[in-house]
Write a protein that binds this ligand. Structure first.
Ligand code: NAP
Length: 250
């Protein structure tokens, strides 16, 4: 996959006006910031996550800032079934008629351990939340993304999704799978109006990062806000021609 950076991208204030964008893991970390930023640039944002109180707080922030009224979809990717995703797609179609953008951002770190100590349950959870859930969700949502003039499908990977690293077991495997899934879809849909790309956020000041590196000074890290030029670029029409590319957000 080609690697590209657009750190210096400057979005016009109405870049995402009239776009309907779903963000998974929208209650915290990078997903929360992406939801707020997409709304600030005009999008109607669908906030998906497992902790309703966090989604409601983001909803309120968007409304208080004068953004378009968002929607909330409480869903735990760990237990969600194909039928849950099909029902969700039907609801979005009823309410909005189409989907212009899908940011697969929700994810878990899993337990960092020597390979021989990876527990089956932890491996299964990582694959379920980081790979199987996004796969089933994408299958359900592609038909309503095809109803948009042009639609952007974005998967979130990691440095360890491109180069395996000792002790990053389940997480690293799940991110390699994420990149593989994105490449398959990008190739299959390359002649359609749906573009598929991957984002690698890089080390970012969130609770996931502090769990992985508890001794690190968070102030040394970029904030989710600082990554937003890349997220905006990918959701806006200036990236319409980009497909099958991995964007480094830092
Ligand atoms: P984060 O702060 O831990 O946020 C993760 C979000 O995903 C939370 O909103 C969480 O919901 C949600 N989530 C987790 N499990 C879920 C489930 N089963 N169902 C629904 N939602 C679920 O993580 P982050 O650092 O912002 O990471 C965002 C993405 O960037 C992830 O895909 C991560 O792998 C990737 N990434 C992050 C870094 C970094 O340095 N931060 C680096 C490379 C890649 P709750 O709040 O309810 O738990």
């Amino acid at each position: 996959m080609q690697i590209k950076t657009v750190h210096d991208y400057q979005a016009s204030p109405e870049l995402l006006k009239n776009k309907v964008i779903l963000v998974t893991g929208a209650g915290d970390g990078i997903g929360r910031q992406a939801a707020l930023t997409f709304a600030e640039y005009g999008a109607t944002v669908i906030l998906l996550g497992r902790t309703v109180a966090k989604l409601e707080a983001v909803y309120d922030e968007i409304e208080n800032a004068g953004g378009a009224t968002p929607a909330i979809i409480p869903l735990d990717l760990k237990g969600a079934t194909a039928q849950n995703y099909q029902d969700m797609a039907a609801t979005i179609k009823d309410q909005f008629g189409r989907l212009d953008g899908l940011l697969h951002n929700a994810g878990i770190l899993s337990i960092l351990s020597p390979f021989n100590h990876i527990e089956e349950d932890d491996f299964r959870d990582s694959m379920q939340i980081n790979v199987t859930g996004p796969m089933l969700m994408t299958q359900a949502l592609l038909p309503i993304m095809q109803l948009a003039d042009s639609a952007s499908l974005v998967f979130t990977s990691s440095g360890v999704g491109r180069k395996g690293r000792a002790y990053w077991g389940s997480y690293s495997v799940s991110k390699f799978a994420t990149e593989g899934m994105a490449q398959v879809i990008a190739d299959e849909y390359s002649t359609t109006t749906i573009r598929t790309n991957v984002i690698n956020p890089g080390a970012t000041r969130t609770s996931m990062r502090s769990k992985a590196y508890p001794g690190e000074d968070p102030k040394a890290l970029k904030t989710p806000l600082e990554l937003m030029p890349t997220y905006l670029y990918l959701m806006g029409d200036e990236s319409t021609k980009d497909n099958n590319i991995c964007f480094d957000a830092q």
